[in-house]
Design a protein around this ligand. Structure first.
Ligand SMILES: Cc1ncc(COP(=O)(O)O)c(C=O)c1O
Length: 392
């Protein structure tokens, strides 16, 4: 296994680490200058990691053996930050997260480069999104610089959990839950924030192939004014019933339509949706019902450099299907952290299948996938400054 320099230094911390917070990176009502993380000693090399990485990695079926955790109490702020062994947590059955769903999370990855370095893709954006989700869900924010520092230190500690296999990575799952006890419907005054890590396998072990999705015309995931733009568990629970129906009918996912008119295409499962129409890249605007994906934002940012015009506008399912029939829509795909790009070969709507350009992966999907994955795995220069090297 390859490893970067500074390996043993970082691995054997057994102390309190002071983390300076970037000036101005304050949190609601409370400015922190410094926060402290307690860390325990860990063995030089983890036998558990070696064993875990020998098995076939899926998504989230293997968890690294350490996690970050800290607590929040109103009036005191965040406290008791520590990196410690991965273990179950004990909560009172009346903890508010179990009853009214005050929960938010994030998902991002660390990638091992061919030269042994490890880098994360835009972790600052995940930190900023977590704070936006927190605001919507009446939860406390965490200084972005501290969130990034926590992720950095955790990946450094867990560096032998970062897979070396082509296309595999270490997935980080920052999560915040309401822990105050009580059954009244009101915002909790106590929270737990933790970050767990999972080595995940390549998304396309058998190659980059188009999938079939079903546009849902009855149930909705989110509405404008609701919580669709927040990364909160309830949004995902709301989609499970429809997702199961789509899976059982042989589709890989659900293409959600807007909550008011069931007319405009919004997003797919855990991905934002894009089509290529008349050569332009078109995607739904951020009106509050869809998740502002970091991959989506990155693709829109890169589009001019790829010589592509991009448009954020409402696009109806009828316009997409008409476009497929007339040949104006030449590609459709999902974009997100998990797969980067998922090409869509067929969209089903009201019992009819619409096949896009012969069910083949289109050039735009290929180009976006290659450009982004080359940046993420350090195979190409990162002109945007998106990669944060965590292990040199
Ligand atoms: C509902 C939803 N939409 C879109 C995305 C894509 O977002 P990102 O590119 O930040 O992974 C995700 C994944 O996090 C998601 O869960």
């Amino acid at each position: 296994m390859r490893c970067g320099s500074g390996y043993s230094q970082d691995r054997t911390w057994s102390r309190r680490v002071q983390v300076n917070i970037v000036p101005g990176d304050a949190i609601q009502g409370k400015g922190y200058e410094r926060m402290e993380i307690a860390v325990q000693t860990r063995p030089e090399r983890s036998a558990a990691a070696e064993k875990a990485l020998q098995q076939k990695l899926g998504f989230g079926n293997v968890l690294a053996d350490e996690m970050f955790m800290m607590q929040y109490t109103e009036g005191r702020g965040w406290h008791d930050a520590a990196i410690k062994p991965y273990a179950p947590i004990s909560l009172d059955p009346s903890a508010m997260v179990f009853h009214y769903g005050q929960e938010i999370f994030e998902g991002h990855k660390a990638y091992r480069w061919d030269d042994g370095r490890v880098a994360m893709f835009r972790p600052d954006q995940n930190a900023a999104r977590l704070n936006r989700s927190a605001e919507r869900m009446m939860m406390p924010s965490i200084p972005e610089s501290f969130q990034v520092e926590v992720a950095t230190r955790l990946v450094q500690r867990l560096q032998d959990w970062v897979p070396t296999e082509e296309g595999a990575s270490l997935y980080l799952r920052p999560t915040m839950i309401a822990t105050e006890t009580g059954l009244g419907v009101r915002p909790s005054k106590e929270f737990l924030y933790f970050v767990i890590c999972s080595p995940v396998g390549p998304y396309y072990p058998t190659g980059f192939k188009p999938v079939k999705v079903r546009a849902e015309d009855k149930h909705v995931r989110a509405v404008i004014g609701g919580t669709g733009a927040a990364k909160t568990g309830g949004n995902y629970a709301a989609g499970l019933y429809v997702q199961r129906q789509a899976f059982e009918a042989g589709y890989a996912g659900v293409l959600w339509l807007d909550g008011q008119e069931h007319k405009y295409v919004e997003e797919i499962g855990a991905m934002n949706f894009m089509v290529v129409m008349d050569g332009k890249l078109v995607t739904a605007p951020l009106l509050g019902s869809i998740l502002p994906g970091i991959t989506r934002a990155s693709v829109l940012h890169m589009a001019p450099d790829m010589g592509v015009e991009a448009e954020e506008r409402r696009i109806s399912i009828d316009e997409v299907l008409e476009g497929i029939k007339s040949g104006r829509v030449t590609e459709a795909f999902g974009v997100g952290t998990a797969a980067v790009v998922t090409p869509i070969g067929t969209i089903a709507y009201k019992e009819e299948d619409y096949v896009i350009t012969g069910d083949e992966v289109g050039p735009m999907a290929l180009k976006i996938h290659k450009t982004l994955t080359d940046i993420q795995w350090g195979r190409q220069r990162d002109p945007y400054g998106w990669m944060k090297i965590v292990i040199e």
